[in-house]
Design a protein around this ligand. Sequence first.
Ligand code: SF4
Length: 326
Amino acid sequence: MTERKVVLSLVRATGRLHLGNYLGAARDFAELSRDETKECYFGVADLHALTTLPDPQELAASSRAVARDYLAAGIDPERASLFLQSAVPETSELFWLLTNVTAAGELQRSKTFKEMSAKQADNVNAGLLNYPILMAADILGPEADLVPVGEDQLAHLEMARNIAQRFNHRYGELLKTPEGYRKKAIRIPGLDGKGKMSKSDGNGFGIADSPEDIWKVLQPAYTDPARKRRTDPGNPEICPIGQIHRFVSPPADVETIETGCRTAGIGCVDCKKILLGNVTELLAPVRERAQALDDAAVDDALRQGAARARKRIQPTLAKVRKAMGL
Ligand code: SF4
């Protein structure tokens, strides 16, 4: 039997999964979790979330909510290991060991560090600086073969590869150098018209939200400002609603709304109602699974997943400790 490829991905434990997370990642992860040729580890990065100093109760609730959304998205917890990053203490120990083979200058030059430092200038903590090393420990610990990454995570993957190579150069070929696994480039625009849908910006809707709750955010969503009146034509390409239609609506609906928008044949409210119908249909299985999940089922999946992740990481940690003289 050929060895299964180890897939690893972590998602920050901030906020629920939104449509962009679902179409760009969670839906594919659900498929990967059923792929016989893969062994999947999906983590909820609650330790990473600490760098932005979330409220403790909110962090605990949000970590479980993300895990629940992953299960609702269709990840099979019997086949894939779903875990909280903080429930795998081996990763934190490996993190510290790897800090010693990481160049401080490389961390200081990191684009993410610069961006985050500017974003939270009153809280430039060492966690922000060392974030890529923890990410490297997340990846190198389970000896991941494939790490699904988006454009914005390529630099972190590269740093994990550099750290592994530096460790191997000093202590022998012990750490596996991971490969990137490019996620489909799906960029779902935010409903505020300012960049992409993002958990921290709160400009989307949760994948398990009810149609009523989705409508509450769709109804006031930003549209092409050229359409001041119902009779003004617009451009669906610069409108987030028009762009989201292209990801979730059948071609006939896309054609109807795009032509209708350009000719003022359809109003924005009707256009949004069509989108609501299609989103509701797309996410119906997710919502059903979410409703069937209770806290005990989520905790159980996390417990099982953490136990498997720990077992997977322990041999790596043992050989790294030994090689470093511990
Ligand atoms: S009709 Fe639809 S695509 Fe056009 S501006 Fe209104 S909401 Fe946007």
